[in-house]
Design a protein around this ligand. Structure first.
Ligand SMILES: Nc1nc2c(c(=O)[nH]1)N[C@H]1C(S)=C(S)[C@@H](COP(=O)(O)OP(=O)(O)OC[C@H]3O[C@@H](n4cnc5c(=O)[nH]c(N)nc54)[C@H](O)[C@@H]3O)O[C@H]1N2
Ligand SMILES: Nc1nc2c(c(=O)[nH]1)N[C@H]1C(S)=C(S)[C@@H](COP(=O)(O)OP(=O)(O)OC[C@H]3O[C@@H](n4cnc5c(=O)[nH]c(N)nc54)[C@H](O)[C@@H]3O)O[C@H]1N2
Ligand code: SF4
Ligand SMILES: [Mo]
Length: 732
């Protein structure tokens, strides 16, 4: 174990996070569910409806029990591959959003004094429609843009609406999540992700990815199985995260230097001929160039950058070689290289190439290139796509490696500032405080002639809008089927569980159909959501009613098969150790070291973020049931190391100032051995500044306040951790 490692016993005893999760039901599902059922059991009519959780993008399937019209119990569906019979604490807690006192209940318009007034839907549509038409008449459709979180109905209706208007400018939250990861990996292997076969592996390394904090229940279960099976699990993280409970080694690393670690481990494999030369020769291009390019990336070189002892790097590489091909680096999600640094995309590319050296693609225990299932072509002319938009998405030339389907929403923010975008829609997105510097974005978005936000509560983004459109909560609406990938492809359905609580709220499909009508493109929306869902499902042999009955249907005949020759959908049709697109975008043809961030000055600390098991992004902090847990366990506190605390005269729970040139705020602090010296960790869910969110408002610090507005070259991400902070005790 590395020097900073702690024993499993002390880890458990010292971990408020684990305690909180246990308290909220993550470990004792059966008991919790039973207790809850007994407590809440009504005497009247009980309905059981299969639906999908909406508290994060995993969309776990569950059965909702409704007694006398009130939600009483949720049980994760066994047949849903993300849930595997379990939900996480957020799944339970966030269901209360339906009953939130802070729900938006009517369409709102900002008046001349900057105050919101309730208006009718008809007025909202008419005014928005008129404004959209005027912007298009004057500037062309490319002056309209939209940002949305990819949920099944949201994606379909939002993208279709913008395409119908003739604009290419749709963006997801990717630039603040996994844009660099997916885009970098794509340069190497032609697809943006893989599934590490953690449970069956002999060794899996996690780089800035914590299944037990950034939860998906099936992944937590897989990690637990891996641990029980004796797999060697390595957590590379400046923080001893909660997944370390299942790990054999915690490798603390200087934030942003993961690329150096991966290059050095690759260097060891190549130099010592420990890589799968046969696989590499048959399945890749450019290997020799990369081998030369990283000749100097020795463990000793990497030690200087990462802070990981050279012999630890050597032994990690050697262990990998021994465990291969039942070994891989897990693809990760956001933490280290989703969108964090100037080298994030290149780190992702290097990780995919490292796995190639292991020859682990599609091998049991290795890295699996699974495929999904999607709806087939729909014959009905009502569903025909709007005419193809010829114009290029704003940002696609400036950030040519950014995944085309995600785009760079931060660049779109910049385009609002320059005036290239004049009208923007936000569906299910709190971009203003989640995607880059909030002060900068507020200023940029204030330039828009039209800003429309569709949400369920008054988000900070909604506060900036001209019009706010209230959606029903996810429990009060149905959506299009979710077509999912993984080891066994599946189709799952979000069905309406509760009657609409606030009569003047509407669902996404209705809102965008009516908006389209108002903007003069209603011809592309001449169908109901159910008709479209039925048609989509029929293409894979299902019916809407059939799927509703069971919630999730898996397709075992399309399941992943071990040993299948991997297909690499790159221009070379092989793994690309060198990429022409990267070279054209101004990067090295093969991944080499890039400094992650601006230099760290005297008295400055690197700032990292990270998920907590009971919260999702900015959307859950206003749920009292979840905020209570955060307050009870002091989860909002930033973490600093014992060594740094001693040097600064700070004690656990002292009030400290966290500041940099952009922002200053105070908070109680958590002093812990579980973080590397020189690093401050801020949990990423707090610091709400919307007074209409009565539970979350003003609690905790908001990480994005400390992050400058800047964009990762070539890849277009927000560089969410290219920043530093200073800390001191209040009054010091
Ligand atoms: N509870 C919860 N679960 C979620 C979500 C949520 O909001 N809450 N959101 C879902 C979504 S959309 C996502 S993208 C995933 C995110 O899932 P993850 O990517 O796992 O999320 P994070 O917690 O941001 O980062 C993981 C770890 O990276 C570490 N880290 C930070 N900087 C660095 C670095 O430079 N190098 C290394 N090696 N490690 C670093 C952090 O300390 C943290 O422990 O979670 C999903 N699941
Ligand atoms: N501060 C901060 N910034 C982050 C992150 C973080 O943890 N903290 N995480 C990063 C990551 S990994 C990601 S994926 C992105 C996520 O970015 P977003 O997808 O923007 O996620 P949220 O910040 O949770 O904001 C979601 C918004 O949708 C609203 N909403 C919730 N339910 C509904 C609904 O049913 N209908 C509608 N119309 N709206 C709804 C919520 O009230 C909230 O305002 O953020 C990134 N940026
Ligand atoms: S992981 Fe948790 S929050 Fe996310 S969908 Fe599943 S139950 Fe809901
Ligand atoms: Mo994310």
């Amino acid at each position: 174990m590395s020097e900073n490692a702690i024993t499993r016993r002390s880890f458990l005893a010292g971990s408020a996070g684990v305690a909180a999760v246990a308290a909220a039901g993550f470990t004792g599902f059966g008991a919790w569910q039973q207790a809850h059922a007994d407590e809440e059991a009504g005497t009247g009519r009980t309905d059981a409806v299969h639906t999908l959780c909406n508290a994060c993008s995993s969309k776990c399937g569950y059965t909702a029990y409704v007694v006398d019209g009130k939600l009483t119990k949720l049980i994760g569906d066994e047949n849903n591959p993300n849930a595997e019979g379990h939900l996480c604490a957020r799944g339970y807690g966030y269901s209360q959003i339906a009953y939130s006192k802070d729900r938006l209940t009517d369409p709102l318009k900002k008046n001349a004094q900057g105050k919101f007034e309730a208006i009718t839907w008809d007025q909202a549509y008419a005014e928005i429609g008129e404004k959209v038409k005027a912007i298009i008449a004057e500037n062309g459709p490319e002056a309209i843009g939209l940002v949305q979180d990819p949920r099944p109905s949201g994606s379909y209706y939002c993208n279709r609406f913008i395409a119908a208007l003739g604009s290419p400018n749709t963006y997801t939250h990717g630039a603040a999540c996994n844009l660099s990861k997916a885009s970098g990996i794509t340069q190497a292997i032609g697809t943006g992700d893989w599934v590490s076969d953690v449970a069956n592996s002999q060794m899996t390394m996690f780089i800035g990815r914590s299944y037990c904090d950034g939860i998906r229940p099936s992944q937590v279960a897989a990690l637990e199985r891996a641990h029980e099976n004796g797999a060697y699990i390595v957590m590379v993280d400046p923080r001893c995260n909660n997944s370390t409970v299942f790990a054999d080694e915690w490798v603390p690393i200087t934030p942003g230097t993961d690329l150096a670690l991966v290059l050095a481990m690759s260097n060891v494999l190549i130099k010592n001929h420990l890589y799968d030369a046969e696989f590499v020769a048959a399945n890749s291009v450019g290997f020799d160039d990369w081998a030369v390019a990283i000749e100097g990336c020795t463990p000793a070189w990497a030690e200087q950058l990462t802070g990981i002892p050279a012999n630890t790097i050597e032994s990690l590489a050697a262990r990998f070689a021994e465990a291969a091909p039942a070994a891989s680096i897990e693809p990760s999600w956001r933490g280290a290289y989703g969108c964090a640094y100037a080298n994030s995309g290149e780190t992702a590319r290097a990780v995919a190439l490292f796995n190639t050296l292991l020859g682990c693609w599609n091998q049991p225990g290795g890295a699996l290139l699974t495929s999904g299932i999607s709806a087939g072509k729909l014959d009905d002319p009502r569903f025909a796509a709007p005419p193809k938009v010829e114009a290029k998405k704003l940002g696609s030339e400036e950030y040519p490696l950014a995944s085309a389907s995600m785009g760079s929403a931060v660049y779109a923010g910049e385009m609002a500032k320059t005036g290239a975008l004049k009208g923007m829609f936000f569906y299910y997105s709190n971009m203003a405080v989640g995607y880059s510097n909030p002060a900068y974005l507020a200023d940029a978005l204030s330039n828009l002639e039209l800003m429309v936000v569709c949400d369920v509560q008054m988000s900070e983004t909604a506060m900036l809008a001209d019009y706010v459109l209230p959606e029903t909560s996810y429990l009060e609406r149905s959506e299009l089927p979710e077509f999912g990938g993984g080891r066994v492809p599946y189709v799952a359905l979000r069905s309406q569980v509760l009657d609409v609580i606030h009569p003047n709220t509407r669902s996404c499909d209705q809102i965008f159909t009516e908006l389209a009508e108002a903007c003069g493109v209603g011809e592309y929306f001449q169908f109901t959501q159910d008709e479209l869902a039925e048609a989509q499902l029929n293409t894979v042999g299902l019916t809407l009613e059939g799927l509703r009955q069971v919630g999730t249907v898996q397709f075992p005949d399309k399941a992943f098969v071990y040993g299948k020759q991997p297909t690499f959908n790159t221009p070379a049709k092989k793994v690309q150790f060198t990429s022409e697109a990267c070279a054209k975008a101004g990067l090295s043809p093969c991944p080499v070291w890039i400094e992650p961030q601006d230099p760290v000055g005297e008295g400055e600390y690197r700032l990292v973020g990270g998920k907590q098991a009971i919260m999702t992004h900015t959307q859950t902090a206003n749920v009292p049931e979840l905020m209570n847990i955060a307050e009870e366990y002091g989860l909002m506190r930033p973490w600093i190391s014992v060594a740094d605390a001693e040097a600064l005269g700070i004690k656990d729970n002292d009030e400290i100032v966290v500041e940099n040139d952009l922002h200053s705020g105070t908070s109680k602090v958590r002093v812990t051995e579980r973080i590397s010296p020189g690093v401050v960790y801020l949990p990423s869910h707090y610091g709400c500044t919307s007074p209409e969110q009565h539970t979350a408002y003003g609690k905790g610090l908001r990480i994005m306040d400390y992050v400058p507005f800047h964009i990762e070259p070539a890849y277009g991400s927000t560089m969410s951790q290219n920043t530093t902070v200073r800390i001191k005790k209040v009054g010091a």
